[in-house]
Design a protein around this ligand. Sequence first.
Ligand code: UDP
Ligand code: MG
Length: 344
Amino acid sequence: MELHDQRNLDLPQKARLNTSGTPPTIGLVVPCYNEEEVLAETSRRLLELLAQMHGEGLVAADSSVFYIDDGSRDRTWALIEELSTKNPNICGIKLSCNRGHQNALMAGLLVAPGDALISVDADLQDDLDVIPAMVKALRGGDDIIYGVRRKRTADTFFKRFTAEGYYKLLAAMGVQIIFNHADYRLMSRRTLEALREYKEVNLFLRGLMPLLGYRTSTVEYDRAERFAGESKYPLGKMLALAWQGVTSFSTYPLRLITGIGTVISLVSLALASWAMITRLFTNEALPGWASTVIPMYFLGGVQLLSLGVIGEYVAKIYNETKGRPRFHIDVLEGEAFRRNRHSS
Ligand code: UDP
Ligand code: MG
């Protein structure tokens, strides 16, 4: 066993989890924004699940639920405090004000301890029954296990159509994305440590996951309806998140400007040649047309092209300022690393 552990060494602080022996400590990370209506029932179901998995020897006894209060204005935090005093397996993290779902989730993922964390929405729309399968996959050596929606019968036609179209659009723009996966996933300790190195403030977590690399797998589930309360994700917030996904992961829109500018410039040059030919070889040339219309198109094209080129540099600056890590090491092999491990 000892040898096995050493072989799977990553950087010392990110050593591969020894998952085959003792059950791992799991944390369920639950962002909450004005969720007073669901907290009691959610806690009951999550604790029941943890107890059941502990009973089966899947997870350690200190596996816990971590609620992140994202600046709620109702009794959410008071309830979390009450629940955590009554139950040692419930913890709370209170953000100073509302920072949005992605930031609340990130706070939980960076602060909560545990060998692996699973992010779940407070309304339990994501089927909890697949969590044991996620934990089994973790113990089988996977690092990120994505929850993927099988069908979207609980969603309206509009939501289903726009969401699926959006995933396809992202893929077409070259963003690596897991189709129909939102933020229901398990992450091992070392992927959480890797995530810590992503310093960007414009968060779109599901786009970052594939950049972490490591071994991933998926579990499928059906998405249910919210059992109480109403959505904390109105259309405006949804659109903001969608736009975030595009602009944080793709410079395609800027490329598009360059492309359009190039095409318009070329077309106006062709127009100029055509006007010249008409003028020289026919009697149909309209006086003043070429000198008015063609420069307009040409300048428009050149301006767009220039904007696109500037955009390219802005994109570079943007990518540099994000300071994303260039790589994550999966396994280090060899005697030198083993020595290093013992001395550190
Ligand atoms: N949420 C949050 N901060 C916000 C908005 C939402 O932490 O500003 C949480 C919310 O409490 C829930 C999760 O994000 O646990 C998903 O929100 P919701 O279920 O309302 O979104 P929907 O399922 O309707 O897309
Ligand atoms: Mg929901």
